[in-house]
Design a binder for this molecule. Structure first.
Ligand code: 2RA
Length: 347
């Protein structure tokens, strides 16, 4: 008997990608149950070539479910993932509600698949999309060279802020297209009007902010990169500094990474590791104009790495540019991979 999967948050931006993945990946599932807010109940969505009716989130939804994936806001996950677990399902949660709890593993299958087996609360957490967009590549380099420090800047797509983020950028682009805006202080700000979920205009701009304000001027997103990287890599004292920036890209997060290791590194050796690493594509030939960009990476599964250089002042450090689709590997794909690991265990 194939296991039953529940997708909670089936109608959202990540849920939509999840249904696409479930329709195209090897099918390990028996029944797939689609769950969303009462507002979306009754809608019919296509998965595996069939229409499935969305049911409203409630305790009874988890009857007979083996694995429940959650693509919903933190508060909903905090409330409902334990309900699913109490009903006997393994909850794979893509919110921030449980990621740093000691008794909840935070899993990236290419890096720490073993951690998914120890889940005392029946909950497995999926990392934040910004961490996920680089961590597969960093895990591979860590295994070879021993990571000692990460200094990263992100270039985050607006879909990280959900459908509202996408709608806001599209609307702003239509307002600035064909204009001469972007030449006077504040002209874009005045022209676009509505900033949606962002603190400043996204069109014709970059915004050094993602998430909410935390102590000492850090953003929640920057703390997530630090704390989650440490937990996934099993390096609780890893030095990590992140600056998270939002850019006018619809989907696919990019990061520049300065990674310092315990041993000396060479570009050739690092490239060889990245070329062989599962889930990573090395695309690094600047002489031919070859490096990853979000516009080319969007819609693909791997972590793309280019611009690999050794730091000029430190033979133990590398500089990299990394891109990953924040809705696929950054969210739905990693969740689906974890769910498949669990399914394989159950079988
Ligand atoms: C963002 N990382 O890009 C967040 C979404 N989880 O806003």
């Amino acid at each position: 008997n194939k296991p039953t999967l529940a997708v909670v948050g089936a109608t959202g931006a990540v849920g939509t990608v999840m249904l696409d993945l479930l329709s195209t990946r090897e099918d390990v599932w028996g029944e797939i149950r689609l769950i969303a807010s009462p507002r979306s109940a009754g809608r019919r969505l296509r998965v595996r070539g069939e229409e499935v009716e969305v049911v409203a989130l409630g305790e009874e939804c988890f009857e007979g479910v083996d694995v429940a994936v959650f693509d919903v806001p933190d508060e909903l996950s905090a409330q409902w993932a334990p309900v699913a677990a109490a009903k006997g399902a393994v909850a794979v949660d893509n919110s921030g509600a449980f990621r740093l709890d000691d008794d909840v593993p935070l899993v990236v299958p290419e890096v720490n698949a073993h951690a998914a087996r120890v889940r005392p609360r029946g909950i497995i957490a999926n990392p934040n999309c910004t961490t996920l967009s680089m961590i597969v590549a960093m895990g591979a380099l860590h295994a070879e060279f021993g990571l000692s420090e990460l200094i990263v800047s992100s270039y985050q797509a607006v879909s990280g802020a959900g459908q509202a983020g996408i709608d806001t950028l599209r609307d702003q682009i239509s307002k600035v297209a064909g204009s001469t805006l972007g030449t006077q202080p504040g002209d874009v700000r005045r022209a676009v009007g509505d900033f949606g979920p962002f603190p400043a205009p996204m069109a014709l701009n970059v915004v050094p902010w993602a998430g909410s304000l935390k102590d000492d001027g850090w953003s929640s997103e920057e703390l997530k990169v630090r704390n989650e990287s440490r937990k996934i890599l099993g390096l609780p004292n890893l030095r990590v500094t992140a600056t998270c920036v939002r850019v006018p890209v619809i989907t696919t997060h990019s990061l520049t990474v300065h990674a310092r290791f315990e041993r000396e590194v060479t570009v050739a050796h690092a490239q060889e590791i990245l070329r062989d690493a599962p889930g990573v594509v090395l695309y690094d030939n600047p002489a031919a104009g070859e490096f990853p960009t979000p516009a080319d990476v969007v819609g693909t599964d791997p972590t793309w790495v280019g611009r690999v250089r050794r730091s000029m002042d430190d033979p133990t450090a590398l500089e990299l540019f990394v891109c990953g689709d924040n809705l696929r590997k950054g969210a739905a794909l990693n969740t689906a991979q974890i769910a498949e690991l669990v399914a394989a265990d159950l079988g």
